[in-house]
Design a protein around this ligand. Structure first.
Ligand code: BG6
Length: 489
C-alpha cells in the first residue's frame, strides 16, 4: 500500500474573500477538504477584502456559506479546526503599500503562498505589483486565476503579460472548473485505459459527436457581466472547448501537465476557422424570450431585472465544429449550450457509424449504430447503447437496442463526490499543473472564438429567439438536419 504523501502547508490568500465566488464556493470547498483530512495541519487561510473587520468577518462569511450550501451537518470539531486557520486583512487593492500588511500573516520559510485572485481582471495588475513590491513572494509561490481571462485574444494577452511580469508559467494556475469535474476527467480514463475505446476513436468508426451543456437557470443577477460576455465567451471559449480537447486529443505520453497541454493545444490549432464565409452555416445564436421552466413562468432575457431591453447578447449557441487532422477528418463535433433550457443537463454523445452490412433484417431494415453517452449532469455516468439478441426461441435471431449503463452514484456508492473546486484548490496547493490551462491554450481558444465573434459582427447577426424552457431556436435543429442528423434529446 502507498504511504500518505505529505505536502508543504500553505498560506492561501484569497483576494476578494468576501465576494461571490469565495462565499459561495471556495470557503465551502476548503471546509470539505479540511473535513477529508486533505489540508495540511499548518495550512492557513487569509481572506483579503475591502471591508473593515478582523478574522471574525471571514469566519462569519464561512459560517453563512456552510449554512447555505453544505449538504449534511457541520462537524463541530472540523469547524473549530477550520475556523482557527483563518485570518483577515482589510485592504484597498489599488494601494501598493497596503500589501505590506501581508508580511505579518505569511511565513515564507514554513509555508507556500498561494494567491487566489477572486477579483475582477482589471485589478490583476495592482495585485501582482503589490505582491511583488511587498516582498512576500518566493519562487514557490503560486497565483490562481479563472475566467474571464480576457474578452478576446488581445485583452487576454494583456492580462497574461501583466501576470507574467511577476509569476512564471509554472507558478500560474488558470482554472476552468470543468477540468475539475469527475466526468470530464473520466474521459481520460475511458479513452486511454480501455482498449475498446482507444482503437475505436476516429473517423473510421465514429460518425459524429455531440456536446450539450444546458442550464435551466437564467442570468441570476449577473447582468453586468453576462450582457458584455454572452454564452459564446462565457461557456464555449472555455468549458465546451476544454471538453472537446479531451475528446479529440491524441493519447498523451503520460498524465504530466506538459504532455496533456501539448496534445490539447494541437487540437485547438486544428480547429477549422469559422469566418464570414461559413458562419451562417456553422453557428446559431439564440436569446430566450419568456416561457415556462418546470411549469413555472419565467421572464425573457431582456425582461430580467436590470436588463438592457435592446440587448443582442446570445444566451444560446449551437455550432458545427470541424477538426482538420487525420483522426477527425469528416467527423463533425456539434456543440450547443444555453441558459433557460428545459433542464440542467450536460452530456457527450459519441455516435458510432452504422455497420456496412445488415444480417438482422428481421429486426431492423437499417441497424441502429452504437452510441456512447457520457453524462456529466445529472447522474454522472457512462452508457453504451448496443444491440443484443432478444432471448427466446425464434426462427431467426432477433436483436433489440439495449443499454450498458454505469451510474457513478451506484457504482461508487461509498465515495464522496468531489466538487470541481475542491479538486482544483488542492491541485494548486500541492503544486500540480495538469488540470490547469496553459497560456497557449487560452490564446489558441481565443483566436478561434474571435474569428466567430468578428464574423457575427460583420454579417450583423442577431440572435434568434427561443422560448425559455425549450431546446433553443429551430435553427439549431436545422444545423444538424442539413447534415441528415438530429440532436439527442
Ligand atoms: C460558469 C459560467 O463558468 O459556469 C456560468 O460563468 C455557468 O454562466 C456555470 O452557469 C456552469 O457551471 P456548472 O458547473 O454548473 O455546469
Amino acid at each position: 500500500m502507498q504511504s500518505k504523501k505529505t505536502f508543504k502547508p500553505c498560506d492561501l490568500v484569497i483576494f476578494g474573500a468576501l465576494g461571490d465566488l469565495s462565499t459561495r464556493k471556495l470557503l465551502l470547498c476548503l471546509y470539505q477538504l479540511d473535513r477529508a483530512g486533505l489540508l495540511e495541519p499548518d495550512t492557513k487561510i487569509i481572506g483579503v477584502d475591502q471591508f473593515e473587520g478582523a478574522a471574525e468577518l471571514l469566519i462569519d462569511a464561512a459560517n453563512t456559506c456552510l449554512d447555505n450550501y453544505l449538504t449534511g451537518t457541520k462537524d463541530t470539531a472540523v469547524w473549530q479546526r477550520f475556523s482557527a486557520r483563518m485570518s483577515y486583512v482589510q485592504m484597498d487593492l489599488t494601494q501598493p503599500e497596503a500589501y505590506q500588511q501581508l508580511n505579518q500573516f505569511v511565513d515564507k520559510d514554513k509555508r507556500v503562498m498561494i494567491n487566489y485572485f477572486s477579483v475582477p481582471p482589471f485589478l490583476f495588475k495592482n495585485v501582482c505589483q503589490g505582491l511583488q513590491a511587498s516582498g512576500v513572494l518566493t519562487a514557490a509561490s503560486r497565483m490562481v486565476m479563472e475566467k474571464p481571462i480576457g474578452y478576446d485574444l488581445a485583452s487576454s494577452k494583456e492580462i497574461n503579460d501583466e501576470v507574467a511580469k511577476v509569476f512564471t508559467g509554472e507558478q500560474v494556475c488558470r482554472i476552468d472548473h470543468y477540468l475539475g469535474k469527475e466526468t470530464v476527467l473520466n474521459l481520460l480514463a475511458l479513452r486511454f485505459a480501455n482498449a475498446l475505446f482507444i482503437t475505436n476513436w476516429d473517423h473510421n468508426t465514429i460518425d459524429h459527436i455531440q456536446i450539450t451543456v444546458a442550464e435551466d437557470l437564467g442570468i441570476e443577477g449577473r447582468w453586468g457581466y453576462y450582457d458584455q460576455t454572452g454564452q459564446m465567451r462565457d461557456m464555449v471559449q472555455n468549458h465546451l472547448l476544454q471538453i472537446l480537447t479531451f475528446i479529440a486529443m491524441e493519447p498523451p505520453v503520460s498524465l504530466d501537465a506538459e504532455n496533456i497541454h501539448y496534445e490539447k493545444i494541437k487540437v485547438l490549432k486544428d480547429l477549422r476557422p469559422i469566418t464570414t464565409q461559413n458562419v451562417r452555416d456553422k453557428t446559431v445564436r439564440g436569446q430566450y424570450t419568456a416561457g415556462n421552466i418546470k411549469g413555472k413562468p419565467v421572464p425573457g432575457y431582456t425582461e430580467e431585472e436590470g436588463a438592457n431591453t435592446e440587448s443582442k447578447a446570445e444566451t444560446f449557441v449551437a455550432l458545427r465544429v470541424d477538426i482538420d487532422n487525420w483522426r477527425w477528418a469528416g467527423v463533425p463535433f456539434y456543440m450547443r449550450t444555453g441558459k433557460r433550457m428545459p433542464t440542467k443537463q450536460s452530456e457527450i454523445i459519441i455516435q458510432f457509424k452504422q455497420l456496412p452490412h445488415n444480417i438482422f433484417q428481421d429486426s431492423f431494415v437499417e441497424l441502429p449504430a452504437n452510441k456512447l453517452k457520457i453524462r456529466l449532469h445529472p447522474d454522472q455516468g457512462v452508457n453504451v447503447e448496443i444491440l443484443n439478441k432478444i432471448p427466446g426461441i425464434d426462427e431467426h435471431i432477433k436483436v433489440q437496442q439495449t443499454q450498458l449503463d454505469l451510474s457513478f452514484s451506484e457504482a461508487f456508492k461509498d465515495k464522496h463526490v468531489v466538487d470541481a473546486y475542491e479538486r482544483l484548490l488542492l491541485e494548486a496547493m500541492r503544486g500540480h499543473s495538469t488540470l490547469f490551462i496553459s497560456r497557449e491554450e487560452i490564446e489558441q481558444a481565443w483566436t478561434w472564438i474571435d474569428s466567430i465573434q468578428n464574423a457575427w459582427a460583420e454579417i450583423q447577426d442577431t440572435p434568434k429567439s427561443y422560448p425559455a424552457g425549450s431546446w433553443g431556436p429551430d435553427a439549431a435543429i436545422t444545423l444538424l438536419a442539413r447534415d441528415g442528423r438530429v440532436w439527442e434529446d
